[in-house]
Design a protein around this ligand. Structure first.
Ligand SMILES: NC(=O)c1ccc[n+]([C@@H]2O[C@H](COP(=O)([O-])OP(=O)(O)OC[C@H]3O[C@@H](n4cnc5c(N)ncnc54)[C@H](OP(=O)(O)O)[C@@H]3O)[C@@H](O)[C@H]2O)c1
Length: 289
């Protein structure tokens, strides 16, 4: 194959929309892997990309193919041919999108797919679980310590809560109607922002730890201002095959669980984004090329 179908937009910002495009399949260079995409999860970041609220490390190249998460089969390059893998595309650096029939990625982004999950389930792991895993490492809690996760019904929050429990951490998961008691826990992970971020921050004891995945919605004390000896830290998910291996092992051990709300054909990617934008979705939306 020399070309592939993708869903892409020719511009970003208000009114931008995904349409089918045909693009060249890039042959892998040294250290890269060509993956035939079997499933690609939809993330909040993809919405931000198309809306023009997203920052890439390099100047944006158009057409933009969104998509952070893939599960698929290795077709060529620096990996066992035919292997089932999952990967984060690391879009902010690579500008390689998963809303495609093929992706070419650095081998360091990949992990062997979990044996107990199908393609659609496996595709929901990379970005959300990498973010959760990195956040927990930043929090660096010991077993027996207490952690608030303020959006534990969402993708990142759910994985974070599950991974924390697996580390022996005692996890509180307030929903929209409950507020954790002030200064009652050792740490908090914010995946919501706004007033919920403030409530989660307030729940942390003096000198405790606090990480946010949504810095743009940070509120307490202004831009990342330390208060009461708590230094807010930002988690920024990075592709990391070794970390993804640990996540796969956690999935295979049943320590983290996946929830798929709905699957879409690749050509229905715009519908999937619209459903995510509308809110209220429980579980991941996944595209199947
Ligand atoms: N920094 C990074 O590297 C990184 C990586 C991945 C994601 N993120 C960001 O992290 C956030 C969560 O991502 P996700 O994939 O977990 O999203 P998600 O699956 O859509 O979950 C969002 C969560 O936020 C809650 N929420 C949303 N709006 C709310 C509101 N107005 N009031 C209270 N709760 C609200 C939801 O609560 P309900 O369950 O009650 O609806 C849900 O638990 C997103 O902003 C995403 O962009 C950052």
């Amino acid at each position: 194959m020399t070309t592939m179908r993708v869903m892409a937009t020719d511009r970003v910002g208000p009114g931008a929309a995904l349409r089918p495009h045909t693009l060249p399949v890039r042959r892998p260079a040294d250290g890269e892997v060509l993956i035939k995409v079997m499933a690609a999860a939809v993330n909040q970041a993809d919405l931000g990309m198309v809306a023009g609220n997203y920052r890439w490390y390099d100047e944006l190249r158009l057409p933009l193919v969104p998509g952070y998460d893939v599960a698929g089969v290795v077709e060529a390059g620096d990996w066992e041919i035919g292997a089932a893998v999952i990967a984060s595309t690391g879009h902010s650096r690579t500008q390689v999108g998963g809303y495609a029939e093929y992706v070419t990625l650095p081998a360091g982004h990949l992990a062997a797919a979990p044996a107990n999950l199908d393609w659609v389930e496996a595709a929901t792991l990379p970005l959300a679980a990498l973010t959760a895993h990195q956040a927990l490492d930043l929090l660096d809690l010991d077993a027996g310590q207490t952690l608030v996760v303020n959006g534990a019904r969402g993708a990142v929050g759910r994985f974070a809560a599950e991974l924390a429990v697996a580390r022996g951490i005692s996890v509180l998961t307030p929903d929209r109607t409950t507020t954790p008691a002030p200064a009652s826990v050792d740490a908090a992970l914010d995946v919501v922002g706004g007033p919920r971020a403030r409530a989660a921050f307030a729940a942390v004891r003096d000198g405790g730890r606090y990480v946010t995945a949504v810095p743009e919605f940070w509120v307490p004390g202004g831009q990342f201002t330390a208060e009461r000896g708590i230094e807010p830290t930002i988690v920024r998910a990075e592709p990391d095959g070794r970390r993804l291996d640990e996540i796969v092992r956690a999935a295979e051990a049943g320590q983290i669980t996946t929830t798929v709300a709905k699957t879409f054909a690749l050509t229905e990617a715009a519908d999937a984004l619209e459903l995510l934008r509308a809110g209220g979705v429980r579980g991941k939306l996944v595209l199947v090329p």
